[in-house]
Write a protein that binds this ligand. Structure first.
Ligand code: CP
Ligand code: NVA
Length: 325
């Protein structure tokens, strides 16, 4: 994976995705134990001391939208691996306005070793990657949120002990988070069931790609209309906001369209008894999720948020580490 871009979660093969998760788990374990004792032998010999793994490397965070988790976890993750991070705000850069995307990509490539970009169109992320000489990571676009999917899988793995055969019910908008999750679930042999109101379904291209990946892994992709149909017997119930960043003007219309798609205690009671509740955050209590569910015993949303750090460290180690595979 060394030097590779991560624009879509499907840029990784299922083996590479597993490798990122294994690396993330080992780094997390090492961190917990205050050293690298948790790193298995393979990882230790491949990476040496994780605290110096990315020494001398700098990551640029080029963000055109707000962020708490992504921004802080990338910054802290780089520091924990011995590297540096620089945040560049849209007002300063003017991506595509003050300066063409091609020029921003080529200039940043002369200063930094990797660019994580959060922007609107997936095409901008792709354009940046085409022109950059350094790896580009999609830190959220309208198309996908691959770093979120990495953390989501790590969280499911920790709570369920496996990914293969795990059923995940995604309730709501067929958006960036849903797209990356559907593809990742397809790759890892999971059953991904999505329930969305009319007009807000997962797009056909993603469904076909996820189905294709699922055929190779023994997974399954199921699109339904009713939230309760998706939730029935599920091991994981997942939701995201009804109006994503950049859709604020459509928030009222979306609230109406998504009425009946709230994950509340009644919906959770249809899932498996040991089901967990997941949300990428930020959450809107009283809209896509009730306060009772997000604050309840089944909710793992803060484990999930923490795992952004570990999952991204796994990806950074493999993309930027000198001796990574
Ligand atoms: N889940 C997520 O990406 O959070 P931020 O928007 O705060 O980075
Ligand atoms: N779908 C949401 C995810 C936020 C992390 C958005 O794009 O705003």
């Amino acid at each position: 994976m060394r030097g590779r871009d991560l624009l879509s979660i499907a840029d990784l093969s299922p083996e590479e995705l597993s490798h990122v998760l294994e690396t993330a788990r080992a780094l997390k374990e090492g961190l917990r134990e205050g050293g690298d004792e948790g790193l298995n032998e393979t990882l230790r010999s491949a990476q040496g001391d994780s605290r110096r793994l990315l020494a001398g490397k700098t990551l640029a965070l080029l963000f055109e939208k707000p962020s708490l988790r992504t921004r802080v976890s990338f910054d802290v993750g780089m520091r924990q691996l011995g590297g540096d991070c620089i945040y560049v705000s849209p007002a300063e850069v003017g991506l595509g306005t003050r300066e063409p995307v091609e020029d921003v990509a080529r200039v940043l490539s002369r200063y930094v070793d990797c660019i994580a970009v959060r922007t609107f169109a997936q095409e901008t992320v792709e354009q940046l990657a085409r022109w950059a000489d350094v790896p580009v990571i999609n830190a959220l676009s309208e198309g996908e949120h691959p770093c979120q999917a990495l953390a989501d899988l790590l969280t499911i793995l920790e709570h369920k002990g496996r990914l293969e055969g795990v059923s995940l019910a995604y309730i709501g908008d067929g958006n960036n988070v849903a797209r990356s999750l559907a593809l990742a679930a397809g790759m890892m042999g999971m059953e991904f069931r999505i329930a969305s109101p009319e007009g807000y379904e997962l797009d056909e291209t993603t469904v076909s790609r996820a189905e294709e990946l699922a055929r190779g892994s023994g997974g399954r992709i199921v699109c339904v209309r009713e939230a309760k149909e998706a939730a029935a017997g599920a091991d994981v119930v997942y939701t995201d906001v009804w109006a994503s960043m950049g859709q604020e003007e459509a928030a009222t219309q979306r609230r109406e369209a998504f009425a009946g798609y709230q994950v509340d205690a009644k919906l959770m009671s249809l899932a498996a008894p040991e089901a967990i509740f997941m949300h990428d955050l930020p959450a809107h209590r009283g809209e896509e999720v009730s306060a009772e569910v997000i604050e309840g015993a089944q909710s793992v949303v803060f484990d999930q948020a923490e795992n952004r750090l570990h999952a991204q460290k796994g990806a950074l180690a493999l993309i930027l580490g000198e001796e990574s595979g």
